[in-house]
Ligand binder design. Structure first.
Ligand code: TEU
Length: 578
């Protein structure tokens, strides 16, 4: 039987602070802005709010480059604002989790400033420094062939001390050396500092890459060119679980929430080592199986068509695996690193937009795990306009990549077009456009009209129709649907939180259907259609009674189209995408 835990029964709402709500007219969202919208967040029925990084940062990677772990970035407000946010959440019965970014710091952090100042500095081995290699022509080469996640080598040459430092992300994000016990102690100190200030837990950025393979060996060649993905040598390294168990002890003292971000892991057993209930590490982890579903052989920018069947296999695998092995899933399809699910997996055509968002809510929202909703997802936000010029994209990942494309393929228009299409389809900017609060103000209510400042990122032009106000006022909106999914999840937690999972009609190409069963036998049958076409779906005899015995208030409520039942054991999906 599954152990009960408050964090299993919770739903998390993720806020991207820069784009949530600006209170002072500087074009950036801020903490007072968030505070002004807490009633809205609460009205959705979520239990926990996670904020992307708001600590002091030069903002090279939108705050994932921290220069002071114990202070709030002035762009977002003050320590007092932050205390008020925690209080505002707690007063409403919600918890608060902070984004802990400790695989790397900003190059402006004083630890790195010290570290780079000389080889003898006591902070030198807080980071990962290596001498150059020299090829047969005597040309200086980086210590290995690792490619940075943001293009180019993962090594940056430091002229003054004549060594390279490692940066898995931007060169302004040097990786910390976790082999150094002082680094570990400093991280523990940060964790305690925030827990003591009232934070209820953490989302831990790329936490599964903090232990690198000994010797930092060359990565195997999987694509043309010198630079290769280091993933095999950085993911779930030999000391990862020692580090996480030490962190887990602290979290346990405070009964804190934890979710670790774990890219690049496909083996369930590796994730289980992080989240298994007897491991003493983290509560749950973001695995990347779904969000990498349409990434081709060379990663995010190489296209691969989305297949519903593959989504089904992934869901079936992780749902049953975690339940059988007493681990726990983090359920998510959107976040600040992903595009919008309506555009990516369904259809953002006006005719289908709302129903796609609702279908996805029902599809994800009743699975086993802790549910994460990303700002905008609840009112069917879609990707940026298809015709957005490159100048409107802001994300370092896209911009660095585009620079290499223009450099290496200046005349290949076909490749450039294909790449731009990928930026639109899966690029991170899609999740980062400002929240559209209303359809009347010039900047959609995101920021005040300030002649000197425009929003840091363009507002999606469809805000006049698609905005929070409209979603809240229309009881048939995705917002209200999400709200009922969340409420039902709470009301029926034996079924939806703790129940068993069984996939139905595994071979069907378009329908994803599953049954959740509580210990006491109470069941729910969730049926979702991912395509926009008219068809009949035959329900197996074994499941027929689940659909048609009239007991399933959720089905009538949530899957409206089941009313088209014609008396036989078939369901008609009238115009698709339910
Ligand atoms: O993301 C890490 C990650 O694995 C990717 O999803 C990332 O978005 C990128 O596309 C890699 O190619 C985390 C944060 O969520 C992300 O916003 C940060 O940029 C990154 O770590 C570095 O801190």
């Amino acid at each position: 039987p599954i152990r009960r835990a408050w964090w299993k029964e919770s739903c998390v709402y993720q806020i991207y602070p820069a784009s949530f709500k600006d209170s002072n007219g500087d074009g950036w969202g801020d903490i007072p802005g968030i505070i002004s919208k807490l009633d809205y967040v609460n009205s959705l029925g979520v239990d926990i709010v996670w904020l992307c990084p708001i600590l002091k940062s030069p903002q090279v990677d939108m705050g994932y480059d921290i220069s002071d772990y114990k202070d709030i970035d002035p762009l977002y407000g003050t320590m007092a604002d932050h205390d008020a946010l925690i209080k505002g959440l707690h007063d409403r019965g919600m918890k608060y989790i902070l984004d802990l970014v400790v695989n790397h710091t900003s190059d402006q952090h004083e630890w790195f400033q010290e570290s780079r100042s000389s080889k003898e500095n006591p902070f030198r081995d807080w980071y990962i420094w290596r001498p150059a290699r020299y090829d047969e022509n005597g040309t200086r080469q980086p210590p290995n062939n690792w490619e940075s996640a943001f293009s180019g080598s993962a090594w940056e040459w430091d002229q003054s001390t004549q060594e390279y430092y490692l940066h898995i992300f931007a060169k302004e994000q040097p990786d910390l050396n976790w082999e150094n016990p002082k680094v570990v102690a400093a991280v523990h100190d940060i964790i305690r500092f925030w827990l003591d200030r009232g934070v209820d837990g953490f989302r831990m950025d790329v936490i599964n890459i903090i232990s690198k393979a000994p010797g930092l060996p060359d990565a195997k060649t999987t694509k043309p060119g010198f630079l290769q993905s280091p993933v095999e040598h950085i993911v779930c390294g030999p000391k990862l679980h020692d580090y996480l168990q030490a962190i887990g002890k602290i979290l346990c003292e405070y009964d804190a929430f934890s979710v670790g971000e774990a890219p690049g892991v496909h083996d369930g057993n590796e994730i289980l080592k992080i989240v298994g209930h007897d491991r003493g590490e983290l509560s749950m982890a973001f695995n990347f199986a779904i969000v990498d579903i349409d990434h081709g052989p060379e990663g995010r920018w190489s296209p691969k068509p989305f297949r519903i069947k593959l989504l089904k296999e992934i869901i079936n695998k992780w749902q049953t695996f975690m339940l059988e092995n007493v681990g726990w899933n983090a359920l998510y399809m959107e976040n600040h690193d992903q595009s919008r699910t309506v555009s990516r997996y369904c259809s953002d055509d006006l005719k289908y937009r709302t129903i796609s968002a609702k279908m996805l809510a029902g599809h994800l929202g009743f699975q086993s795990g802790t549910l994460f909703i990303f700002q905008g997802q609840e009112w069917a936000q879609v990707n940026v306009p298809r015709d957005w010029p490159m100048e409107k994209y802001k994300d370092i990942e896209v911009l660095n990549h585009w620079t290499t494309i223009l450099r290496d393929h200046p005349n290949n228009a076909e490749l450039q077009d294909r790449t731009k299409r990928q930026y639109w389809l899966v690029g991170r900017d899609n999740g980062r456009t400002p929240v559209q609060w209303n359809g009347t103000d010039k900047y959609a209510g995101f920021t005040t009209e300030n002649p000197h400042k425009v929003p840091w990122m363009d507002i999606h032009p469809d805000y006049t129709e698609w905005n929070v106000d409209n979603a809240v006022n229309d009881t048939k909106s995705a917002f209200h649907y999400w709200k009922s999914v969340l409420a039902l999840r709470k009301e029926e937690k034996d079924v939806f939180v703790y129940g068993n999972f069984e996939m139905v009609d595994f071979d069907h190409e378009d329908v994803i259907a599953y049954v959740r069963t509580a210990d006491n036998g109470r069941k729910a049958f969730i049926v979702t259609n991912f395509v926009s076409k008219v068809f009949w779906w035959a329900v197996s005899k074994a499941h027929e009674s689940l659909l048609f015995d009239g007991k399933l208030k959720m089905s009538d409520h949530v899957i409206e189209r089941l009313r088209n039942y014609n008396g036989a054991n078939e369901v008609k999906f009238a115009d698709g995408l339910h």
